[in-house]
Design a binder for this molecule. Structure first.
Ligand code: GTP
Ligand code: MG
Length: 209
């Protein structure tokens, strides 16, 4: 088992509008996905800091773009930024809430110039959800680079996890010729942490090229 080394990280701020976000002068990654999928938990797990991003039992808690600065990975000291985006697919959200979400998130995804890759989080327990498939289509259609990160792998047996991932791949192959990179994670067992950090390391190396 790999040593669980915390990273140095801090919350930079929360903001709805580009003017309120940190300067885009470092490579940035964002976490997006349905409410309650585990975005904030995964940020805490990746950084090894229990309460960096707020985790709650009330879905729809994160309403702004929350920025964090992380001082390197397990093998590098180059700093990078992480953005926690508000979740979608929250059943109780009003129409105007949904519209505000759409405006803010689309602005972020299309205009954030230092955005290197979107981590789209998907609950591995669920069958492919329309809202996630729509997001994948939107990201692909707009040429925004993304990977899929399955969350909550600890909640299923290993064979179930494997069959759910296979089902997901099959669903995507109905519309896509090539599949995005996929990661399997658990914020409880820290599964996938090393893989995600190694990926971030590799993409960070492309910054400024
Ligand atoms: P919003 O900010 O509301 O969109 O939610 P979120 O996507 O940030 O989810 P959050 O990290 O707040 O987690 C939601 C719930 O799922 C919490 O009760 C977490 O403890 C739980 N959870 C998140 N990730 C995992 C995981 O990998 N395994 C298990 N067992 N529970 C998890
Ligand atoms: Mg959250």
């Amino acid at each position: 088992m790999a040593v669980y080394k915390p990273l140095l990280a801090r919350h930079l701020g929360s903001g709805r509008e580009p003017a309120h976000w940190p300067a885009p002068d470092l490579p940035e990654y964002c976490f997006i996905g349905r409410s309650n999928v585990g975005k904030s938990s995964l940020i805490n797990m990746l950084c090894g800091i229990g309460k960096l991003a707020r985790v709650s039992n009330t879905p729809g808690r994160t309403r702004m773009v929350e920025h964090f600065r992380v001082e390197g990975t397990l093998t590098s000291r180059s700093p990078w930024l992480l953005a926690d985006l508000p979740g979608y697919g929250f059943a109780k959200a009003s129409k105007s809430d949904r519209e505000a979400w759409r405006r803010m998130v689309h602005t972020y995804l299309l205009q954030r110039e230092n955005l290197m890759c979107v981590f789209l989080l998907v609950d591995v327990r669920l069958e492919p959800q329309r809202s996630d498939l729509d997001m994948i289509e939107w990201l692909g259609g707009n040429g925004v680079p993304f990977v899929i990160v399955f969350t909550k792998a600890d909640k299923l047996s290993q064979p179930k996890v494997a069959s759910h991932v296979a089902r997901y791949r099959k669903t995507l192959l109905h519309t896509w010729e090539t599949l995005p990179t996929m990661f399997l994670t658990s914020s409880e067992t820290r599964q996938g942490r090393d893989d995600l950090l190694a990926y971030i390391d590799a993409v960070n190396a492309q910054w400024g090229r």
